[in-house]
Design a binder for this molecule. Structure first.
Ligand code: TRP
Length: 445
């Protein structure tokens, strides 16, 4: 069987497409707002550079050497205890879990593209009422757009690496970059830009508690798509002589740059036309539309293209969340790609319906436990628990289990003199930091 492989630039775009997602444009700005700006951003940037980057290379390495689905790749590369190590590959299930709410949020975004064409809320209050009434009482709208997201994502994944995923990213990623750059240039021309800049880059250490720290580390994983085998699965379809390190640098750079640009731009708009930065998950859906309203007609235009860009970012990430389990069903159970895509898609589609219900009046109560509804639980379990755990497993696997000679033979040509620094960070810095994060979550520290 001929295996379709990414072109070199196709791989970078697809991996960056996976990394750049709702995490960058929706989540990063609002958690930065919640945790007070500069100090939080600094911890996030340090984590990305010190831990994210080394695990990115480790994850690419496993996929590149394993060449198969995540379960098989772990199994093949483990020098012994293969039947045990293969379970590490089941971290890919986290992708389907993330998809249960990711698809619902993409649905909200699709709805906002349509409504922003016609009408923007004239005040934060109205915007908030619109958003919360969708969340609490409008099952049909959410269900409808979640269904569209499901169909589009499943269709693209069913087309495979080359004519589905690579093609999608070849178009959407440049479009996303163009839209965001254009809007960023406009933000640059506004007075409030400098205010947004100092909010994001002047650290106020008094705001940095341990929760902010753990959130920053968890987010570094989420935003780089690490810890569940998405990057690994893409790397399994790399061209043999693709420069892993070069690709990792590009992906980390694009992801970080886009998060910072999105944050600066949104905070500028909020300072200039709205209410300021700390608005929680509703930032993009509540404060921002109200700020766009203040801009007049330009605001309508900006709102529509902004939500289009957000939808693009979401779709290119979504396909990478589904692909690992699809690849697994194909490699291990001999499913056709279509059958694998539909069956994995159905899982997130159906559970996604429960996620919608868990926000709805009348249903909320029965779908909440211990102060969190199903949506919050899945978000917490995946982003805060499963991804750091997946990262920990990868750093131990590549750092201690796979023989050093093998790792060196593959990566030394690309890392050159930096190899020892990377290897050290993978063996000591990353596992310790991740371990602390996990302990902290479990309430031990
Ligand atoms: N990185 C994406 C974002 O920022 C989400 C995502 C896609 C992801 N694939 C992933 C997160 C794999 C963790 C693991 O929105």
């Amino acid at each position: 069987m001929k295996i379709a492989r990414f072109s070199k630039i196709g791989f970078i775009l697809a991996a960056a497409g996976s990394a750049v997602g709702l995490g960058n444009i929706w989540k990063f700005p609002y958690i930065t707002g919640e945790y007070g700006g500069g100090a939080f951003v600094l911890v996030y940037l340090i984590t990305v550079a010190l831990i994210g980057f080394s695990i990115m290379i480790a994850e690419m390495f496993i996929g590149y050497k394993g060449r198969r689905d995540t379960v098989t790749s772990f199994e093949e590369l483990a020098p012994k205890n293969k039947s045990l190590w293969k379970y590490a590959g089941f971290q890919s299930l986290a992708g389907l879990l993330i998809m249960t709410f990711y698809s619902v949020v993409i649905g909200w975004i699709l709805n906002y593209i349509v409504t922003s064409l016609i009408h923007l809320p004239s005040s934060v209050k109205e915007a908030e009422a619109t958003f919360t009434s969708m969340l609490h009482s409008d099952f049909f709208t959410q269900f409808f757009y979640h269904s569209i997201a499901f169909v589009v994502i499943t269709y693209i994944v069913s087309k495979g690496i080359k004519s589905g995923i690579e093609k999608l990213n070849d178009y959407l990623m440049p479009a996303l970059i163009i839209i965001l750059s254009g809007m960023f240039l406009y933000a640059l021309s506004l007075d409030s830009f400098s205010k947004a800049f100092s909010f994001m880059f002047a650290p106020d250490w008094s705001k940095l508690n341990s929760e902010a720290f753990v959130t920053a580390v968890g987010h570094a994983f989420f935003t780089l798509s690490l810890g569940m085998g998405a990057i690994m699965t893409y790397a399994a379809s790399m061209e043999k002589d693709t420069n892993i390190v070069h690709s990792a640098v590009w992906v980390v750079f694009l992801d970080t740059a886009i998060a910072l640009v999105a944050g600066l731009m949104l905070f500028t708009f909020l300072y200039q036309y709205g209410s300021g930065p700390d608005k929680g998950p509703g930032l993009v859906f509540i404060s921002l539309p109200a700020a766009f309203y203040e801009m007049g007609t330009l605001g309508n235009f900006f709102a529509v293209i902004f939500f289009i860009a957000l939808a693009f970012a979401g779709l290119t990430s979504a396909v990478s969340l589904v692909e690992p389990m699809v690849q697994y069903m194909i490699d291990r159970f001999g499913f056709s790609r279509l059958k694998a895509s539909i069956s994995m898609g159905s899982f997130f589609y159906l559970v996604g319906i429960l996620v919608i219900l868990s926000g709805l009046d009348g249903w909320k109560e029965s779908l909440s436990w211990g102060g969190k509804n199903l949506f919050d639980w899945i978000d917490f379990l995946t982003a805060a628990v499963m991804l750091p755990l997946g990262g920990l497993v990868m750093s131990i696997f590549v750092g201690y289990v796979v023989p050093k000679s093998e790792v060196e033979a593959t990566l030394k040509p690309y890392l050159k003199g930096y190899f020892p620094i990377w290897y050290f960070s993978l063996r000591y810095i990353a596992p310790v930091a991740l371990f602390v994060v996990i302990l902290n979550l479990l309430g031990v520290m």
